[in-house]
Every structure is written in structure tokens, then in C-alpha cells.
Design a protein around this ligand. Structure first.
Ligand code: GLU
Length: 296
């Protein structure tokens, strides 16, 4: 467990790929309140790694919406006398460092499967003689589990001398099949996932040279000395993946607190395209921050 001079350090980490909705607002408010109640520090991180989907207008809207909700953070680059967010798009060196280190330690392999091939595998009938390659498993509602097509045999040659940079192919983390990953969640209690059963070899770097979420978030939470990660319950499975990265790097893990996911009136998870429940829509309709946060 991680302690930095006993000071609580939390973070909120929105992606500027759409407008924040009620679910984000509630989760971020929980993160804010937990940091405040612990007399700690809250960091804002703009997770703008995806160049196609991230938009400056959404990043600006996100800052405004957080402010309107009453959420404040206490650290970040100086922008005209207030704290700006840390932006992932400016932190590539950190991610390259982690990629190199994981590669040198034998945890990564290059993967040439296209998204289309992988979804094709999920649909095709399977009669393969190779048990691990033939069965299609699903990772929660995230999609088909990686079938291991490019996974090299255990103990295969050291790749680090062959690759100077991650560019040009996808990179995956080779999960220790059968390993139980368990952790205590501050809200949901004990959690348990099995590598290779609940989730497979997951991407850490994309073919278009963008670091994948799992790698970037661990690199940042470590570098920013985060002691507790507060985020939505849709990321519980990702926490198990991230714990494997912490272990591979020899880093202590933070504590975890996942918030219940907010559902719409049809029982579906809110998405960023759910404009009806976007914070700014509700604000324009005259709702108060307390109403949006479900406090009245
Ligand atoms: N950027 C991620 C998202 O908006 C959240 C990452 C995290 O909190 O770990 O879904």
C-alpha cells in the first residue's frame, strides 16, 4: 500500500472525448470529497491521448462543468494563477519509459492482429485443436478476449534488443494465465479476477503510436504519487489489469474506490453521447449542482 508522508493524494481523470454527464459528475465529486475529507490533495488529469477523439472544446467544457459543480483541485501546472490540468498528451516520455521497462522485463509482445481480425475471431465457429486459441471468452461487456494469436511461447527470445520504439505495431501485456488478482475496494469490498479467464493479454500501446489507457494511467498514477484511485465501477476489471502492471514494474499499488455506475431510465449505462444527461444540458435547464449530484 502506498503512503507519501501519510498525505492522501487523489485524482480525477476525465477524457475530453465528449461532454461530462451525471455519472462523471457524481464520481468526480466523490473523488473530490474523499480528498477533502482526508485533508489531502486532488490532482486533475486531462486524459487526452487519443488524437482522433480528444477535442479542446470538450476539455474546456469539462473544466467549466467541474467548476460549476464545485469541484476544486490543488495541484497542476500554473495557468494564469490557477491550477491547470496535467495533460497526458504532454507526458509521452513517461509512457515510453514504462514501455521500455516492461519490454526489457519480458512482459510485452508485439501484436499484428487488426481489430477486424479480432472481431472476426469472435464471430467464427471454433473447432480449433489448440484449446487456448479456439475458445472465445468475453471480457465483461468490453468485447472478446484476445485469443493469443501473436502471443509468443513462454520464455521466447528477449525482444528488447529488436525494438527501439513501440511505433508500428500494437503491443500487448502478456498476462500470467491463471493468476488470481485480488484487491480490496473501498466501496464494493473484496474483488477477485483471474488473469486469462476474466481478461486476456491487453493492449499497452497502439499501432498508431498512442499509449493505451492501461499503461498511461498506471504511469501517471505512479508519477503523481496517487494514494487512492476513485473512479467508476466500469473500470473494476481494468484495475486488475493495472495491478499486473504495477507488479511488473515493482511499484506499490494505490488503494481503490470504485463508484456505482449511473444508469439511464432504461437501465443503460450513460455514455458521453447521452446529451440529455450531460451536465451542461441540465445546467441550461436550470438544475442546481446539488440536483445534478443527486443530493436533493
Ligand atoms: N479517463 C478515463 C475515463 O474517462 C478514466 C480513467 C481513470 O479514472 O482511471 O473513462
Amino acid at each position: 500500500m502506498r503512503q507519501y508522508r501519510n498525505r492522501y493524494r487523489g485524482r480525477i481523470a476525465p477524457s475530453p472525448t465528449g461532454l461530462l454527464h451525471v455519472g462523471h459528475g457524481r464520481t468526480f465529486c466523490t473523488a473530490y470529497t474523499r480528498a477533502r475529507d482526508a485533508a489531502g490533495v486532488l490532482v486533475l488529469r486531462n486524459e487526452d491521448l487519443d488524437p482522433q477523439r480528444s477535442k479542446a472544446e470538450f476539455a474546456n467544457a469539462m473544466l467549466e462543468d467541474l467548476y460549476w459543480l464545485g469541484i476544486r483541485w490543488q495541484e497542476g501546472p500554473d495557468v494564469g494563477g490557477t491550477f491547470g490540468p496535467y495533460s497526458q498528451s504532454e507526458r509521452r516520455d513517461q509512457y515510453i519509459h514504462v514501455w521500455k521497462e516492461l519490454l526489457a522485463r519480458g512482459f510485452l509482445f508485439p501484436c499484428r492482429c487488426s481489430r477486424r481480425e479480432l472481431s472476426g475471431i469472435a464471430q467464427a465457429p471454433h473447432e480449433s485443436a489448440e484449446p487456448d486459441r479456439g475458445k472465445v471468452r468475453w471480457e465483461g461487456d468490453e468485447g472478446p478476449m484476445y485469443p493469443g494469436t501473436c502471443r509468443p511461447a513462454a520464455g521466447a527470445t528477449d525482444l528488447s534488443s529488436r525494438y527501439e520504439s513501440p511505433e508500428g505495431v500494437n503491443w500487448r501485456f502478456r498476462v500470467p494465465v491463471g493468476r488470481v488478482v485480488s484487491f480490496e475496494d473501498g466501496h464494493f469490498g473484496p474483488q477477485r479476477f483471474v488473469a486469462g479467464v476474466d481478461f486476456g493479454d491487453f493492449p499497452v500501446w497502439r499501432r498508431d503510436d498512442v499509449p493505451a489507457y492501461q499503461l498511461a494511467v498506471v504511469a501517471d498514477d505512479q508519477a503523481m504519487q496517487i494514494t487512492e484511485v476513485v473512479r467508476g465501477a466500469d473500470l473494476l476489471l481494468s484495475t486488475a489489469r493495472q495491478i499486473l502492471i504495477y507488479e511488473a514494474m515493482g511499484w506499490p499499488t494505490p488503494q481503490w474506490y470504485h463508484c456505482p455506475v449511473v444508469l439511464d431510465e432504461r437501465g443503460e449505462r450513460l455514455a458521453k453521447r447521452h446529451d440529455a444527461l450531460a451536465i451542461r444540458t441540465l445546467r441550461a435547464q436550470g438544475r442546481t449542482p446539488e440536483e445534478v449530484l443527486g443530493r436533493v
